[in-house]
Unconditional design. Structure first.
Length: 332
């Protein structure tokens, strides 16, 4: 089996029938595929010539070009040509186990949502898929299709602003018996009234990373549980301007009820789900004065048990000189 790394622009000429035959033979031997694009290449040439794509699709007649592909890592090119993503359906394999799809920093990801989402929908045939990392917003159809990938071990996704995350999504994820890592960035979660009293247990979840607004985080931690959860990273979304009404004590209490095994808690400010605004973050760091330790001591110290890391809080906290909370003095 072959491991292939593509550094070129791809197939940029029409193909003969002999070319297609050789391509199919080569494709059957590919086990791993990675593509990397030169960020300084501003060529508008497509990754694959449309005429070549038509010939390949006709020859395949619905069969996969890479039937034995198990590992796929793609970085989208920096160009915004509508033709440079049409190759994605050719890369879907029924034996795919790991998929990483990231975005070039120079690219406007909004132009890629449709093609990437369509590709994610095609992954329904990849029943063995275990690790899915999509660093580009996906639409509602793609989001819904993920519920069929029940063997996932790790999932990293960002729905676009028109896609709705609700309790049904988390209910589906809780049924993934092997899911150990969930990383979700979402502007808003639509909670149904009945969902707030529905407790969802994640059997093997060990790492939970979230970029959601604060109230959604409180609701989520109030309805999920996982005895195996050890790491929580929460990137809390900042309002554009003060005040910053963050109920930290409530958050710590809910995390504690979610799992007694959490030993790493990381909190980071984020100005937006999609595109970071350093001005908003800088304003928060300058204007947020922190909170009195007396207001969160009982909640916070509940999380500080032997073997636990002190939460990475990005606001002023008192110095801590003993595990039992004695001799605490505020930093000036």
């Amino acid at each position: 089996m072959l491991t292939v790394f593509l550094y070129t622009k791809g197939i940029a000429k029409p193909l003969t029938s002999d070319d297609v035959a050789r391509l199919k033979l080569f494709g059957s031997r590919v086990h791993s595929l990675g593509s990397f694009y030169d960020p300084y290449d501003y060529s508008s040439d497509p990754v694959i010539d449309p005429a070549a794509l038509l010939v390949i699709n006709s020859a395949l007649q619905g069969s996969p070009l890479l039937p034995n592909l198990q590992y796929l890592s793609l970085e989208l090119p920096s160009t915004d040509s509508p033709n440079d993503l049409c190759i994605l359906p050719l890369l879907c394999s029924p034996h795919l186990r790991q998929l990483s799809l990231t975005n070039s920093a120079e690219r406007d990801w909004t132009a890629a949502i449709h093609d990437v989402s369509l590709f994610v929908q095609h992954l329904a045939q990849a029943a063995a898929l275990r690790d899915l990392l999509i660093d580009i917003p996906i639409n509602q159809y793609a989001l819904d299709s993920i519920s069929s990938l029940t063997d996932l071990h790790s999932l990293i996704i960002t729905p676009d602003d028109n896609a709705s995350i609700d309790n049904h999504f988390f209910s589906s994820m809780s049924k993934f018996d092997s899911l150990d890592t969930l990383d979700l960035s979402c502007a808003q979660i639509l909670w149904k009234q009945t969902s707030r009293s529905q407790k969802l247990h994640f059997h093997k979840l060990t790492v939970l990373r979230l970029k959601i607004n604060f109230e959604d985080a409180l609701t989520l931690f109030s309805i999920i549980s996982s005895t195996s959860l050890v790491e929580v990273e929460y990137r809390f979304i900042l309002p554009a301007d003060p005040p910053y009404p963050f109920r930290w004590s409530r958050l710590f209490d809910l995390i504690k009820t979610t799992s007694n095994s959490v030993n790493t808690l990381i909190l980071k400010p984020s100005s937006s789900v999609h595109v970071e605004d350093p001005v908003v973050t800088a304003r928060f760091r300058k204007l947020y004065s922190g909170i009195p330790f007396s207001e969160l001591s009982s909640s916070l110290l509940e999380l500080i048990t032997p073997g636990h890391r002190f939460p990475a809080l990005l606001f002023p906290l008192p110095r801590r000189s003993s595990k039992n909370g004695h001799s605490l003095a505020h930093d000036e």
